[in-house]
Design a protein around this ligand. Structure first.
Ligand SMILES: *Cc1c(COP(=O)(O)O)cnc(C)c1O
Length: 425
């Protein structure tokens, strides 16, 4: 038995499924998850000492790679001064100023400790601000595990949703309307039918939690138009896309200004940190200024803030995102060319520093198309790549991430490994 397998057996005795977040358990691809001991640059080492080139990057945060020296130093210095105060610090103000400056739609921002907290709070705020209860989300988009968001589509078109997790009250789920991603007409129809009830629309402006789906420009435009016309709050959930797809995040890339935005992942540089912010008149409804309650013992934690500040400053270097996007594009183009050479039904695409690979002839544009991809082919490819020393997300329905620490040689080695796997059939 490998050390990984030993650890996994041991973990399952005290941790449900052996993991602290379900997708880590490798249930989708099978086999034992890799337990990591350390990371450096674009590489991670598992408990058996085997290195991998990492395309998960802690699910997106590690845009500078593992163990970035400046980030680690900043966290160590912050730790030496105090782990937490439960009182304001100057670092929080600096991070808030930096976020507001980099995200033009944000007049004010509040820091929290995770992406889930950011989206839950943004939805409560939208409901409090509008005095309405209903929310619109899109099938396949993930916004953390808040009760109102763990909802699947109802039985009929334009009917409210049902819980997608045990423990979510049906009474709550029925306030969530689940529509098809990239379906602008469906969104317009929903607004016509339920207009007076809709508090907000929440969307991943580039979907990255059902593999990667790029938004159709008319889909995002319809959302902005309908929310403005009917007084609903448009929430861009940029927990994954924030500072990942470009310096202006997805809202900069597509030129759409949401009313509220949520952030996480990259803004914490690998430490637990989230944020939600937006229009001043909406943000002023939060306690202690307004009636919408939201709080956190460790919110604005000094270590997380230190890591976030260094990360946001480093990625503001001229050309950072262009270089990251070019490398990510080289990866997906190389993989697609290799698959084509060997007649494998495969496609791939990237947006900035995130990418999707699909065992389907063209990249999907909807949840239904993603679900139609060949999952078994992905699972075989995943395990072959893992054996060869390349760590992809352990599911056909997750996006991948490239970091600044991946070199052209790392990308070339990845393409060469995939080529050999495709050649073997
Ligand atoms: C990861 C993610 C979340 C949840 O963030 P956590 O920090 O895991 O709670 C929310 N929304 C999107 C788009 C995400 O990718």
């Amino acid at each position: 038995m490998t050390r990984n397998e030993e650890l996994f057996l041991r973990a399952q005795k005290t941790i449900p499924g052996g993991v602290n977040s379900p997708v880590r358990a490798f249930r989708s691809v099978g086999g034992a998850p890799r337990f990591f001991t350390h990371g450096e640059g674009c590489r991670v080492w598992d408990a058996d000492g085997k290195p991998y080139i990492d395309y998960v990057g802690s699910w997106g945060p590690l845009i500078l790679g593992h163990d970035d020296a400046d980030t680690v130093r900043a966290v160590q210095e912050a730790a030496a001064k105090g782990l937490s105060f439960g009182a304001p610090t100057e670092g929080e103000v600096e991070l808030a100023e930096l976020l507001v400056q980099r995200v033009p739609s944000m007049d004010m921002v509040r820091l929290v400790s995770s992406g889930t907290e950011a989206t839950m709070s943004a939805i409560r705020l939208a409901r409090g601000f509008t005095g309405r209860d209903a929310i619109i989300k899109f099938e396949g988009c993930y916004h953390g595990h808040g009760d109102s968001l763990l909802v699947k589509a109802g039985s009929g078109l334009l009917t409210f949703g049902n819980p997608s997790s045990a423990g979510v009250p049906a009474d709550l789920a029925q306030h969530t309307l689940v529509l098809d991603y990239n379906d602008a007409q469906g969104l317009r129809d929903a607004f016509v039918k339920h207009v007076k009830a809709i508090a907000c629309v929440i969307v991943e402006p580039v979907a990255g939690n059902m593999n990667l789906i790029a938004p159709k420009p008319e889909f995002l435009a319809a959302m902005r138009e309908m929310c403005t016309r009917h007084g609903a709050v448009l929430i861009f959930d940029e927990v994954m896309t924030g500072f990942r797809v470009g310096p202006g995040s997805a809202q900069g890339l597509y030129g759409i200004k949401p009313d509220l935005s949520t952030f996480g992942k990259v803004i914490g540089g690998g430490m637990p940190l989230g944020a939600f912010g937006g229009r001043r008149d909406i943000m002023e409804q939060i306690a202690p200024l307004g009636p919408v309650y939201q709080a956190g013992t460790l919110s604005g934690n000094p270590l997380s803030v230190a890591a976030g500040l260094v990360t946001l400053k480093k990625i503001a270097a001229p050309g950072f995102h262009e270089a990251l996007a070019a490398k990510t594009r080289a990866l997906v183009e190389g993989l697609a060319a290799a698959a084509k050479r060997h007649g494998v039904s495969f496609s791939a695409q990237s947006v900035g520093g995130m990418f999707g690979i699909y065992f389907a002839p063209t990249p999907p544009t909807s949840y239904a198309e993603v679900m139609a991809c060949d999952k078994e082919a992905f699972n075989r490819f995943f395990h072959a790549m893992l054996d060869a020393g390349f760590y992809l997300a352990p599911s056909a329905f997750e996006a991948g991430f490239v970091s600044a620490a991946h070199t052209d040689a790392d990308i070339a080695a990845t393409i060469a490994a995939a080529d050999a796997i495709f050649a073997a059939g």
